[in-house]
Design a protein. Structure first.
Length: 484
């Protein structure tokens, strides 16, 4: 007797992951596959279960599912008397992507599946990026490398790749992120640096009688001997002051070595100051001249990147003794003008920062628009460049007038249209503002305040006197009658 009805196989669902409509089991990377088996619907179910075979479309790992994709589980029961000679049921399992960048070592998925923990070299600035089924590590700008730390479970395959479970995209052995950004050196202070020395001329009289051959040769020999010591003197000054002498001027004689140079390195953490690590090299003669030298500056960052060498020119001027004082005065004046220019620029920058901070603190109030830049070249319709003192006087007048206009105006927007930016609306009464500015320039700010106070007090006393007089006076139209 042959059973004409083959058995029926019913998949046992995973209650947490199987879709009841499609019967597809959905898992994520890091989950473990649990076998739930099938139910055999037949009178000889126990016998069929003994011959049940379970096969997988791909080999499953012992632990977690680290690779994304799809695989199938086949349940087969042999039925030799039917065609085909077996009954089969198939389970579809889909392994979905997990964000490895969010997996933490020893926690959750990271505890069950440590190969899913991102191995990016975050200490060197690498950033994890989730990919479909895997992840990658991106190095910041100014660095190079694969961005990974060493992953011990992955072994080279001899073909430039790696074998093992869960090979991240872009992994090349865990080279990390190496800083390739070169530091930048900026020279501060005078460049070229000029040293003035008295020129060797021998004994000179008032009357020009000319030089004989012996005197000329003696002066030539003295010059050669004098110039041979320039290099020694220059090296000695650099070593004694750690290079500070190269940026010292008559206006700033007491400087530090860090005042002569600035070195910065742009890294993923921000700008790193390397000024204190700059090395000052030995002076090198330019074209073999004893009067022209070059001093190199170098610095190396923590990653071993060397900055481009910068050079400070050093010029030795041999000045005639009669002209020495005049040259010294001229150099001192030039240094002073340069220092004043730098001080003015620093003051402008600080004032702009202060104004920006003040505006941020008073956002709810109506404030003044930005002042026009103090352009000294447009004074009196000429394009001639003014001196520093003349430019300072023009700027002081503008600032004083703007402050006076701001203090005297009663409007919520206290800006003088003469100095405010044309893009902002005008405010206040121009005639009154102009009169106040004129009076303040004529008699001074404090005198103007006393004048306003005196006028106000006089007016108040006059009104008070007239009021009292009106209250107690009988007036010309008041008649008094006497009765006897």
């Amino acid at each position: 007797c042959v059973d004409e009805h083959p058995p029926v196989l019913e998949l046992r669902p995973d209650p947490a992951h199987t879709d009841p409509r499609t019967h597809v089991t959905h898992l994520s990377q890091g989950d473990k596959y649990v076998e739930f088996g099938v139910d055999v619907r037949d009178t000889n179910a126990e016998e069929y279960l003994r011959s049940l075979k379970i096969t997988y479309s791909r080999a499953l790992p012992q632990g977690c599912l680290s690779e994304m994709g799809e695989f199938f589980v086949n349940y087969t029961v042999a039925t030799p008397w039917t065609t085909p000679e077996f009954v089969r049921a198939t389970r579809t399992v889909v392994v979905e992507n997990v964000d490895e960048c969010g997996v933490r070592e020893g926690l959750g998925v990271g505890a069950n599946c440590p190969e899913l923990v991102a191995m990016c070299d975050v200490e060197s600035g690498a950033v994890c990026k989730d990919e479909i089924g895997t992840y990658s590590c991106l190095c910041p700008e100014g660095t190079e490398g694969d961005g990974f730390r060493l992953i011990p479970r992955l072994k080279p395959d001899g073909k430039g790749g790696f074998i093992g479970s869960m090979v991240p995209r872009g992994y090349k052995g865990g080279t990390g992120c190496r800083d390739t950004s070169r530091p930048v050196i900026e020279i501060l202070g005078p460049n070229p640096k000029v040293f003035q020395v008295a020129k060797v001329n021998g004994l000179k009289g008032v009357m020009r009688t000319g030089e004989d051959a012996d005197s000329h040769e003696r002066v030539k020999t003295l010059n050669a001997e004098h110039r041979s010591g320039y290099e020694r003197d220059l090296r000695s000054m650099i070593r004694a002051t750690s290079g500070a002498e190269l940026c010292a001027t008559t206006a700033k004689p007491n400087v530090r070595p860090t005042d002569c140079i600035r070195a910065t390195d742009r890294t993923y953490k921000g700008l790193v100051d390397l000024t204190g690590n700059v090395s000052v090299g030995e002076p090198i003669s330019k074209d073999g001249s004893p009067l022209h030298w070059r001093v190199p500056y170098n610095v190396v960052d923590e990653a071993g990147n060397k900055a481009k060498t910068v050079w400070r020119e050093v010029i030795i001027k041999e000045v005639d003794l009669n002209d020495f004082e005049q040259h010294a005065i001229k150099e001192a004046r030039a240094n002073h003008e340069e220092d004043v220019k730098m001080a003015v620029n620093d003051a402008i920058i600080k004032e702009r920062k202060r104004a920006a901070t003040l505006n941020n603190n008073n956002k709810d109030t109506v404030g003044c628009s930005a002042c026009k830049p103090c352009n000294c070249n447009d004074q009196q319709g000429t394009a001639d460049v003014l001196t520093v003192n003349e430019c300072d006087e023009v700027c002081d007048r503008k600032i004083s007038a703007a402050i006076a206009s701001q203090r005297s105006s009663t409007s919520t927007s206290t800006c003088d249209s003469q100095y405010a930016d044309s893009s902002s609306p005008e405010s206040g009464i121009p005639i009154i503002d102009g009169m106040i500015v004129f009076m303040e320039e004529l008699i001074g700010k404090y005198a103007l305040m006393m004048l306003f106070f005196g006028c106000t007090l006089s007016t108040a006393l006059f009104v008070l006197g007239r009021t009292i007089s009106a209250l107690i006076s009988t007036g010309p139209d008041v008649r008094t009658y006497y009765h006897t």
